[in-house]
Design a protein around this ligand. Sequence first.
Ligand code: HEC
Ligand code: HEC
Ligand code: HEC
Ligand code: HEC
Ligand code: HEC
Length: 370
Amino acid sequence: MRRTTLTLLPCLLAGTAAGADLAPISSSEVCGNCHRAIHTAWKASAHARAMESRLFQDALELAEGVSGPSAKKVCLGCHAPLALRTGDLALKQKVSWEGVTCDYCHSVRSVSTGKANPEATLEFSLVKSGPLQGASSPAHGAVFSDVHVSSLVCAPCHEYRNPQGLQVLTTYSEWQESRYGKEKAWCQSCHMGRVAGAVVDPRVKASAGAMVNLHEMPGSRSVKQLAKAIQTRMRADRKGDKLEVAVEVANVGAGHYVPTGSPIRQLILDVTADHYGGKGYRETRVYRRAILDRDGKAITHEHRAFLEGARVESDTRLAPGERRTENFSFAIPGGAPVQLKARLSYYYSPMAAAESEQRVVVGDISRLVK
Ligand code: HEC
Ligand code: HEC
Ligand code: HEC
Ligand code: HEC
Ligand code: HEC
């Protein structure tokens, strides 16, 4: 049946030239001929840049420096999953450079979680798996898949235990153990919201409802998404010659810890108190997982975390739903006006090319205390 629909292709697609080159593994560009809105959103995602980003390229080079060519296999497994699956480790094919691309996710048929790491089973064919029941396409077969409408489809790359036994990425299990996991509020409910848009170009097929799942998958690079996750409040009281300050930092909107994922990421709270003519104060709190290698040396770069991380020294991150209050006491005489500031920033990676890409401000409270 699939074959008959495929032979109809040229007439159905007259004028669109779409789908002509569909192969069991195709470039996202080919899919984008019909799935325009989805392609545009995906292009703006971290998934589309997972392989070609400068940050990853630099880290990959360092990884190869640490453990030779075998490192590439580890890293490409998630950052260029089609390259690994097709044996294109030399990265000759364009689709290998497309990172986490359409034909990886839509070839997934099932995901198993029995072993050390979750594992996806893929089938590369002209049948695409997805969330729609009874979809029919002139270009390819379509099969409903329940992993696509659950968090399982994300698990193979967002949960990772390395050969030393360190759980480097724990986003999936953090989610599973949270209220969100128990209520089956899938990753997609926060990362792939439904937005207006056509599933396929209307010239190919008018889609009912005209809604698509946002493939941009905003994460920590989206200040809007960060703002949804974190709430900050500040209270100040004078007690004699002391200024007592309480800053509450809460993870109100993430379905996992903040930060999650890469252990290099940090959330940093800076509190400053300045008063005219007197001593200024500054205190910092850091929310992160500190990772050590086998010799107990601190790890500060992604490639070493994946390859050489051996244990967690401390974990000060904010659990889903957690509200934490940080108390500070500054020796400032009563009566002196104080400029009090609490700034929360999100730190990405020391590998970021520019300082402006290394961290972003996610909360800024400023108050004059008289
Ligand atoms: C010639 C146009 C065309 C091209 C090219 C095309 N598709 Fe589709 N696709 C469709 C149509 C039409 C549907 C059905 C939509 C509906 O029923 O609402 C569809 C449905 C889908 C679905 C939903 C399946 C389900 O059961 O949930 C997925 C996933 C999908 N396409 C992935 C892809 C991928 C990946 C590529 C590139 C390798 C691609 N498509 C290329 C036209 C196309
Ligand atoms: C084939 C592996 C793979 C799969 C499957 C996958 N991801 Fe990712 N994801 C990655 C990689 C690799 C990155 C990091 C890309 C980079 O920045 O280099 C990433 C980044 C992200 C980010 C952005 C993180 C940031 O830096 O802010 C979000 C959000 C995300 N993924 C959510 C999801 C969700 C939700 C799913 C399931 C629907 C999913 N991912 C499935 C590999 C995957
Ligand atoms: C990280 C994995 C991932 C990547 C990469 C990805 N998709 Fe999807 N896609 C999904 C998931 C998961 C859903 C279902 C979301 C849901 O229903 O909650 C989906 C849904 C769809 C649908 C059904 C319509 C809809 O909006 O729900 C189509 C069509 C589709 N994707 C096409 C594509 C195309 C084309 C690309 C590349 C440009 C692509 N996808 C890249 C995971 C992915
Ligand atoms: C209740 C909503 C919600 C759910 C459910 C959720 N997330 Fe998130 N996620 C967020 C918000 C908000 C952020 C931004 C805050 C941040 O980056 O920590 C985020 C950030 C991320 C990031 C950025 C990485 C980082 O270091 O902070 C990744 C990756 C991610 N989510 C993946 C997932 C995956 C995979 C799942 C499912 C297992 C999931 N999320 C479930 C809301 C959610
Ligand atoms: C199991 C999947 C997986 C493996 C294996 C993996 N990564 Fe990643 N990597 C991710 C995900 C997912 C993210 C997104 C960040 C997050 O979740 O916080 C990421 C993020 C990164 C980042 C930060 C990107 C950014 O934009 O901030 C770098 C750099 C990186 N990885 C390098 C590597 C290197 C080098 C290797 C091999 C030694 C590797 N990764 C192996 C999944 C993986």
